[in-house]
Design a protein. Structure first.
Length: 156
């Protein structure tokens, strides 16, 4: 058997290598299938923006790929900055999307009210957050918030 010929001192190195390889593979797979990689090609952030920040937030992308409590969101009058925590950053570059490229709709998802962001350059990749967080962002950016009605949200 192959494991009989491996020195016990090498096993931790093999485990760490395998774990890191799987971590990188899963992060890259999620970014491609969930659409973050496509968003990164169109909206890669060149620098962080100044604005109101919400850390440890949750959101989801295409096919329901969820980013639970691992998003940092910063909003300004210019747009929204989205970044995944450093440990999940592989394949997930920070994003900056100007408000002019965003269309917003509100919808119910099971028991939750969700707000869906659609992006002009990548319309097939939605980004959804709870409406409670979207309301805080809307208040922080004021009239810069995109939308049709008085509250900036297009009913679906």
């Amino acid at each position: 058997m192959i494991f009989n010929s491996i020195s016990p001192e090498v096993l931790p190195l093999i485990f760490i290598s395998f774990f890191l390889g799987m971590w990188i593979f899963v992060c890259l797979l999620l970014s491609v299938v969930g659409g973050w990689q496509a968003l990164g090609k169109a909206y890669r952030a060149e620098e962080k923006i100044e604005g109101t920040k919400w850390s440890w937030q949750s959101g989801s992308t295409r096919l329901g790929f969820a980013y639970r409590n691992c998003l940092n969101i910063t909003a300004s009058r210019k747009g929204i900055y989205l970044a995944v925590l450093w440990m999940f950053r592989i394949g997930h570059p920070p994003l900056f999307i100007p408000w002019s490229d965003i269309t917003i709709t509100e919808q119910k998802f099971f028991f939750f009210r969700m707000t869906s962001f659609r992006f002009a350059k990548v319309p097939d990749v939605p980004f959804m957050i709870r409406t409670q967080l979207a309301d805080k962002i809307r208040l922080a950016v004021g009239e810069a918030w995109p939308g049709k009605d008085a509250q900036g949200i297009q009913p679906s």
